[in-house]
Design a binder for this molecule. Structure first.
Ligand SMILES: *[C@@H]1O[C@H](CO)[C@@H](O)[C@H](O)[C@H]1NC(C)=O
Ligand SMILES: *[C@@H]1O[C@H](CO)[C@@H](O)[C@H](O)[C@H]1NC(C)=O
Ligand SMILES: *[C@@H]1O[C@H](CO)[C@@H](O)[C@H](O)[C@H]1NC(C)=O
Ligand SMILES: *[C@@H]1O[C@H](CO)[C@@H](O)[C@H](O)[C@H]1NC(C)=O
Ligand SMILES: *[C@@H]1O[C@H](CO)[C@@H](O)[C@H](O)[C@H]1NC(C)=O
Length: 348
């Protein structure tokens, strides 16, 4: 019974976010009305700023700039609204949420084999959404990874959220957990570690702590491959499983995005990792990727972004096809993984 209430409550909560936070022209007319708008926004996103504090004052100034930016940006096919980042400066956003500026694309991974298991895939449907197949876990406010998807697809068991903190702590040679080549290092770790544990066993803290090796590996992968750097190849891969990608997220439109098919101007300085979980096209025949982000449900379309697909540049909008990787799961065990007897038993 409790669960039913919890589910109803969660749906209500998510719908609130899907609708987004709107404001009216009259709320922009005076300092006092803007202040009320700010209070309303804080309540909506459960943000607390101590009344009368210096921080409250500074944040309010930033908020007003964001309000004006959102209000004055017109003639774009996607929506910008006051999302959960509205009282954060672009610089802060950029440093925290689009910070993997170390050239994902510059060096090929030493472990990339050049093999692409989906190269001969044909007959792709016009649209596909892994969420409808139960292969996507709920949106979190933390790092994402495509391993949850392949695990569900191959084991046919309900989706289990896996531990992002284990990757943050245990994947070495990194800064902010996402320095260039993070995805292949993460897959490499999971492969050699003999798996990854659940979010519940090893909860998210955000900070980089010491790597604890959990006894039980709840999801295993056998290897990983890079998608050739073009959108056609990415489509073949996504039709078969969720795929980890990196994009150039370092722009104010991306920060304030709240829905629609995104086609903002962006470069190819890959700065942020996400997971492509599907594709499709809208009623205007604009093609898009369905991408799961890790900013929580208070951003985008309840945590997702639809990004324009099939643009002239084969590397994709914001470089989405430039650094795409997916985990591989075979029926047999991979020879590099450490032997974990419990686990072998599980699989037999
Ligand atoms: C794709 O087809 C070619 C030609 O038949 C074959 O040589 C290649 O091994 C196939 N690739 C994969 C990944 O199966
Ligand atoms: C490549 O594989 C080696 C082991 O052969 C491993 O030590 C290294 O971390 C891997 N590199 C990446 C980028 O995954
Ligand atoms: C986004 O799409 C709109 C409508 O199709 C178009 O007018 C605009 O130029 C596009 N923006 C970019 C940056 O390509
Ligand atoms: C990409 O990053 C480089 C080095 O940090 C910088 O010089 C360049 O201006 C950036 N390009 C864009 C389009 O942001
Ligand atoms: C399709 O294009 C029209 C005209 O540009 C626009 O008004 C409408 O919102 C678009 N529909 C979608 C689903 O984007």
């Amino acid at each position: 019974m409790d669960n039913v209430f919890l589910i109803i409550f969660s749906i209500f909560f998510i719908l609130q976010y899907v609708r987004g936070f709107d404001f009216e022209e009259r709320e922009l007319q005076s300092e006092a009305s803007l202040d009320q708008l700010y209070e309303r926004w804080m309540k909506h996103y459960s943000v607390e700023r101590i009344p009368g504090s210096i921080e409250r004052g500074e944040r309010f100034n930033v908020f007003k700039d964001t309000v004006m930016f959102v209000h004055e940006t017109k003639n774009i096919p996607y929506n910008l609204k006051l999302n959960k980042f509205a009282d954060m400066t672009f610089k802060e956003f950029s440093n925290i949420y689009a910070n993997c500026n170390s050239g994902y694309d510059k060096e090929a991974s030493p472990n990339a084999s050049g093999r692409f298991m989906y190269e001969n895939v044909t007959q792709l449907s016009d649209s596909f959404d892994w969420r409808e197949e139960g292969a996507v876990s709920p949106v979190k406010d933390q790092k994402e990874c495509s391993v949850e998807g392949i695990s569900q697809i191959k084991t046919k068991t309900p989706i289990i959220p896996l531990s992002a903190q284990e990757l943050v702590d245990c994947v070495t040679n990194k800064k902010n957990g996402c320095e260039g080549g993070f995805m292949d290092r993460a897959f490499d770790f999971i492969t050699r570690n003999g798996g990854i544990t659940t979010e519940q066993n090893y909860p998210y803290k955000g900070l980089d702590e010491n790597c604890q090796t959990p006894k039980k590996s709840d999801a295993t992968i056998d290897w990983y491959e890079e998608v050739p750097k073009n959108e056609d190849a990415l489509l073949k891969a996504v039709a078969n499983q969720p795929v980890s990608v990196a994009i150039d997220a370092d722009n104010p439109d991306f920060m304030t995005y709240t829905g629609g098919v995104y086609n903002g101007t962006c470069g190819k300085n890959l700065s942020h990792a996400m997971t492509v979980v599907g594709y499709g096209s809208d009623s205007n025949q604009t093609k898009f990727w369905i991408v799961k982000n890790s900013y929580g449900v208070g951003w985008g379309e309840a945590g997702y972004i639809r990004m324009e697909r099939g643009i002239k540049d084969h590397e994709g909008l914001c470089g989405i096809a430039m650094d795409a990787w997916y985990p591989i799961k075979y029926k047999f065990r991979n020879p590099f993984a450490s032997i974990d007897e419990d686990h072998v038993k599980d699989e037999l």
